[in-house]
Design a binder for this molecule. Structure first.
Ligand code: XIL
Length: 301
């Protein structure tokens, strides 16, 4: 196949990208989006601050624009993210305890119900583990409502949209380390106790300080062996030329080697669309031209 998603589909996988609603009027952007990608993650539009700017008052305009467009172009949706310590509206940041817990549950119920039946997989909880060597939960206002906040989030999402796959998503969990060990133990515990979890997302933001880990495939496989799907959810790799192309190839090969690695999403289309302040981490240059990393990715699929 000659495009990313068509090539991934031949392997029973998807290939997706993050999309920003305000770019959907850019025909170069949408041209690449519709030609190359079969899965769409809203880059910011489904986050708590965007969807519930004041408590109990929901705002779905930008997210609906992305969802309706994707579904009418035969693209599936990854929902991102129901519960996260970042990009919370100010009113939620100032809540705590039972009031915050109830607000989280109400938020998840409302958003997952609004999109019921339209989402392939939800990032139910994003980035809940600490970066230090402890493997512990990250301190956050949500964590301080009680250690069961993550399982409550998953049960709430399942009740609202029983057909969506429910994922835990994080960064710096791509290789085997204290943080991914902590997530692994949580998933193992959830499976043992029947907490509904279907998948684990590995953000995979790579650069020279955080390169593609040598045990990437082994780490994906150990999670898959727990009985969950795994996905690469926010891939970008700093660099250029052959080195970057080789790193993208390694990521694709690691996913394809794991039966339950169901797809790969890059975090933006052109280098100029990247959230990173500098660098050239994506598959298309600022003019929308294919980079060597595009070719190595397509060839590896
Ligand atoms: C980023 C977006 O790309 C930016 O536009 C925004 O300013 C901040 O968030 N991990 C995640 C994503 O789960 O939601 C983040 O997206 C990147 C890191």
């Amino acid at each position: 196949a000659s495009t990313l998603h068509a090539a991934a589909a031949e392997q029973g996988r998807y290939f997706g990208t993050a999309v920003a609603a305000y770019k959907l009027s850019d025909s170069v952007y949408t041209g690449i989006l519709d030609r190359e990608f079969g899965m769409v993650t809203p880059e910011n539009e489904m986050k708590w601050d965007a969807t519930e700017p004041s408590q109990g008052s929901f705002s779905y305009g930008s997210a609906d624009q992305i969802v309706n467009r994707a579904l009418s172009h035969n693209q599936r949706m990854r929902g991102h993210a129901l519960a996260w310590h970042q990009q919370q509206p100010g009113w939620a940041q100032s809540l705590s305890g039972t009031a915050l817990r109830n607000a989280m549950v109400n938020h998840i119920t409302n958003v997952a119900t609004h999109y019921k039946g339209k989402i392939y997989a939800w990032d139910v909880v994003n980035e809940a583990f600490d970066d230090g060597g402890s493997g512990a939960r990250r301190d956050s206002n949500l964590q301080r409502t009680g250690n069961d906040w993550i399982e409550v989030a998953f049960r709430t999402a399942r009740a609202a949209d029983p057909d969506a796959k429910l994922c835990y998503n994080d960064y710096n969990t791509d290789g085997q380390n204290a943080k991914s060990n902590g997530v692994y133990a949580m998933v193992q515990d959830f499976k043992a106790r029947g907490v509904p979890i279907d998948c684990v997302g590995f953000q995979s933001h790579f650069n020279s300080a955080s390169p593609v880990p040598s045990d990437y495939q082994a780490n994906l496989q150990r999670f898959a062996n727990l009985g969950v799907d795994v996905q690469i959810t926010e891939l970008d790799i700093e660099g250029s030329g052959t080195t970057q192309a080789d790193n993208y190839r390694r990521v694709v090969q690691a996913c394809l080697a794991v039966t339950r690695c169901t797809g790969i999403t890059v975090w933006g289309i052109r280098d100029s669309d990247s959230w990173r302040a500098s660098g050239t981490p994506l598959l298309f240059d600022g003019n929308g031209n294919k980079k060597p990393a595009y070719t190595s990715t397509l060839t590896a699929l």
